[in-house]
Design a protein around this ligand. Structure first.
Ligand SMILES: NC(=O)c1ccc[n+]([C@@H]2O[C@H](COP(=O)([O-])OP(=O)(O)OC[C@H]3O[C@@H](n4cnc5c(N)ncnc54)[C@H](O)[C@@H]3O)[C@@H](O)[C@H]2O)c1
Length: 246
């Protein structure tokens, strides 16, 4: 086991990539705080983790609130004893071409995807700094690297998250805290299942590996960055995209 008795907190872990990450980290020995706005589904993730013999708690948190993020870290440390790994995964899309994008579409995506990650990260590094150890993984996106028509808000939030990752890595490396990002390509989850079939086919034709990624493909990258296998790696962006962007 690569993460025996570590405590990991994963945001947006009620479903999709976040849930898969939480289950893989638990399989490697970590105890988990499952964070989501959807408490019922977060509790389902907790049950699956407990069935693996690990401890887990579910907390209803909206990552847009810095107060809720602060309480989330406090509650996690009280319930599970420490906080070793933070995975900032909660994210949303509100896609529209730029000229049709409203202020609300812009603000909502920036607030969840970028401010939300900042809120959780700032709360977590206070605990990690005292422990002089910690590991943060931010879930960015291929479109934060290459842009995508219809996703001005989303691609800007994910590019911003990459900047936040690099700055955090520089500020906290000397205190034993690493910070990296993963940039998934198009992954088969609820977020991409909403696409029409023809758009999906067109997308797959652009991927050298000729398939969408799976949540498991992403979770394996997160596990690598969360474990000691990557102990000299910080401030990096790991692309998991089937070769779609190089
Ligand atoms: N699916 C993809 O193709 C893909 C590609 C690249 C990056 N990503 C990123 O991976 C992450 C997970 O994506 P997914 O496809 O699993 O999405 P998803 O919609 O299946 O899951 C996102 C989870 O985040 C939760 N969430 C949303 N807003 C929240 C908030 N304010 N506070 C707390 N929780 C909140 C949702 O309730 C949900 O459980 C996101 O950051 C997304 O941008 C996804």
């Amino acid at each position: 086991m690569k993460l025996r008795d570590k405590v990991a907190l994963v945001t947006g872990a009620a479903q999709g990539i976040g849930k898969e990450v939480a289950l893989l980290l638990a399989n490697e020995g970590a105890n988990l705080a499952i964070i989501d706005v959807n408490l019922d589904s977060a509790n389902e993730t907790v049950k699956e983790i407990e069935a693996l013999g690990r401890k887990a708690i579910a907390l209803k948190v909206d990552v847009r609130s810095s107060d809720e993020a602060t309480s989330m870290v406090k509650d996690t440390v009280e319930a599970l004893g420490s906080l070793d790994i933070l995975v900032n995964n909660a994210g949303i899309t509100r896609d529209k071409l730029l000229l049709r994008m409203s202020d609300e579409d812009w603000d909502m995506v920036m607030d969840v995807n970028l401010k939300g990650a900042f809120n959780c990260l700032r709360a977590a590094v206070k605990v990690m700094s005292k422990a002089r150890s910690g590991n943060i993984i931010n879930i960015a996106s291929i479109v934060g690297l290459m842009g995508n028509a219809g996703q001005a808000n989303y691609s800007a939030s994910k590019a911003g998250l990459i900047g936040l990752t690099k700055t955090t890595a520089r500020e906290f490396a000397a205190r034993g805290i690493r910070c990296n990002a993963v940039a998934p390509g198009f992954i088969d989850t609820a977020m991409t299942q909403a696409m029409p079939d023809n758009a999906r086919e067109a997308l797959i034709s652009q991927i050298p590996s000729k398939r969408l990624g799976t949540s498991e493909d992403v979770a394996k990258g997160v596990l690598f960055l969360a474990s000691e296998d990557s102990s000299y790696i910080t401030g990096q962006v790991l692309s998991i995209n089937g070769g779609m962007y190089m």
